[in-house]
Ligand binder design. Sequence first.
Ligand SMILES: Nc1nc2c(c(=O)[nH]1)N[C@H]1C(S)=C(S)[C@@H](COP(=O)(O)OP(=O)(O)OC[C@H]3O[C@@H](n4cnc5c(N)ncnc54)[C@H](O)[C@@H]3O)O[C@H]1N2
Ligand code: MOO
Length: 405
Amino acid sequence: MSRNANLTSVDDALAHLLSQARPLTGTEPVALTAALGRVLGEDITVPLNVPPADNSAVDGYALRYDDIDPERTMAVSGRIPAGHAAAPLAPGSAARIFTGSEVPPGADTVVMQEQVEVVSDGIRIGGEQRRGQNIRRCGQDLRQGERALSRGTLLRPQELGLLASLGIAEVQVIRRYRVAVLTTGDELVEPGMPLAPGQIYNSNRFTLLGLLEQADCDVVLCETLRDEREATGQALLAAAQAADLVITSGGVSVGEEDHVRAVLESQGDLSLWRLAIKPGKPLAFGGLAGTPILGLPGNPAAVLVTFLVVATPFIRHCQGRTTPRRPAEQLPAAFSIEKPSIRREFIRARKEWLDGAAQVTAYPNQSSGVLSSACWADGLAMIPEHTVVSPGDTISYYSFSDLME
Ligand SMILES: Nc1nc2c(c(=O)[nH]1)N[C@H]1C(S)=C(S)[C@@H](COP(=O)(O)OP(=O)(O)OC[C@H]3O[C@@H](n4cnc5c(N)ncnc54)[C@H](O)[C@@H]3O)O[C@H]1N2
Ligand code: MOO
């Protein structure tokens, strides 16, 4: 691993995390109505042709192309509303047909009603017609026996519609990823309670719960721990036994009250500590009782950034999601970085439009204790290690929604 003043680079840290990630294999059945956002746990083979029969693409008349004669009135021998079986077409005649109605046996063409003149004893056909026009062929969407969707596909609204079009009401999905959340700190008080001197409200808990919900995780345990070594050890072990991943906030720096890292070091294994990332440097990663533990720093903006940059790729990998992270947009900076850092910096930023051109603006206060910067922002600008930035320089920008993908 490349280390810079004992800091592990973000790329090396991500490679290490992904090497430790164990994709979920267990599946569970869910009704289509509850399957949005889940990951398909089985390959789906098309059980029947979609559409199941040739049907009309327009409202009009079904007929045999060779019977079209602009000089002759054609009798209308039948009417086929959508949802009804089509009787065979009487020779030399036309059948009234509607969009989606099955084309009757014996017809090979549908003429739009706008090109038909209705007369007392039938119809007269004008305009230019083509053999086979306006018919949606049996199986043109999906053919029986072919692969409709593969295991690992994220189920979006259109995939749910496709499954429904195959008559499937329930699918196997990868089971939800179970995460335990432990926030640490004697100073923390839950919102709604009065605040005594020295205390602050526990904001990380809510940021993390929101992020995990957006990442389709099941939060199986959520506790706040006091800065106490033995209790921290017990709580971490209980969380490790209950979850696929434990995420903590706080207690990973160098102070003597930073117990999360110390517990990992003594009771589990600490395979990563201190990253070349700003904010978020003291991030710790390790394992306890066979469960990965991700120790995020306590500073509120560091929690958001490290979750998006480091935790999300790990979680997505474990969830069996196969789509790679979207590449950054390359945009001109509307800010400057005068002092190069040995850490890769993620700046709370906004993509803004000036005279029709996009540029990236930065929140003026990038302190990792300032969460309002993240509420102002719609994404993160990434500044590589050892880099200075002048206004107009091209930089990498990731929207928050792309980082959650
Ligand atoms: N001597 C050093 N001190 C610090 C270093 C260092 O390298 N040497 N690194 C700094 C950096 S960078 C960060 S980030 C923090 C991370 O420290 P911890 O992860 O141990 O976090 P805490 O000390 O517990 O808390 C830091 C900060 O965040 C507040 N906090 C914690 N939890 C919550 C919560 N749930 N909701 C809201 N706010 C929270 C806490 O009160 C502190 O202000 O260490 C630096 N120090
Ligand atoms: O890494 Mo810390 O989050 O810079 O404040």
